[in-house]
Write a protein that binds this ligand. Structure first.
Ligand code: SAM
Ligand code: CA
Length: 231
């Protein structure tokens, strides 16, 4: 058993998806990175492999070359991205924790994709602001993946809508927040999930009404929202 990761309330079915469609096609480097992450005390934070498979498909569909990643951790989603973009593609990968990134770095190196990654150890907001101040960056990214502090998702959204091109895609992770977004009575939600629940509910409401993006709110992983920039 891989352990339930995601909201599908049937572990056998989830295992079926992983064993049938995901793991047989997962690259050796990704498998090794996933295994190396399993011992980390926060291994649960890693992007689910089925979500990674969906991301890889999307990156190929839109021919993504320049991307931004907010929230790297040990680098599962980062390696998915690095393996999906062309050899001269570039990922600006931002995280406050370089130590976690270094857990996955040997596998990233082994996969021969480190040259596509610029890792920035910093809170993400000032990095996005700096990117926007530099000439030529507006509208020049094809894709962004946001998987970090939920309190800033709305601020990330405003900056990313300037950095990502029309027809580009922004993906937000954990937008069902363990299913708590649909629980009306907050006292039924464990305390550590409450602040994130409130911010995620706010974020989901905002995105659903945002005419600048076409969206799909998908129940893979912990909930993923895909935003295609249309204005
Ligand atoms: N996408 C990663 C993966 O596939 O393994 C998982 C990311 S994990 C859920 C969230 C990460 O966001 C953590 O590594 C944490 O250090 C980082 N983080 C938290 N607050 C941040 C901030 N303000 N700016 C940048 N990174 C932040
Ligand atoms: Ca996540």
């Amino acid at each position: 058993m891989t352990g339930i990761k995601g909201l599908l309330m049937n572990s056998e079915l989830y295992e079926y998806i992983l064993e049938t469609s995901v793991f047989p096609r997962e690259s050796e480097a990704l498998r090794q990175l996933r295994n190396a992450t399993a011992d980390h005390p926060w291994s649960v934070m890693s992007t689910a492999p089925d979500e990674g498979q969906l991301m890889a498909l999307l990156l190929r569909l839109i021919n993504a070359k320049k991307t931004i990643e907010i929230g790297v951790f040990t680098g599962y989603s980062l390696l998915v991205t690095a393996l999906s973009i062309p050899d001269d593609g570039k990922i600006t990968a931002i995280d406050i924790d370089r130590q976690a990134y270094e857990v996955g770095l040997p596998m990233i190196r082994k996969a021969g994709v480190e040259h596509k990654i610029e890792f920035v150890e910093s809170p993400a907001l000032p990095v996005l602001q700096k990117l926007l101040e530099e000439p030529g960056n507006e509208g020049c990214f094809d894709f962004a993946y946001v998987d970090a502090d939920k309190v800033n998702y709305l601020s990330y959204h405003e900056s990313l809508l300037k950095l990502v091109r029309l027809g580009g895609v922004i993906v937000y992770d954990n937008t069902l927040w363990g299913g708590t977004v649909a629980v009306d009575d907050e006292s039924l939600v464990v305390e550590r999930l409450r602040p994130g629940r409130v911010r995620t509910i706010e974020f989901n409401k905002f995105i659903a009404a945002d005419a600048r993006v076409q969206i799909a709110h998908v129940s893979a992983g912990d909930g993923v929202t895909f935003c295609l920039r249309i204005a």
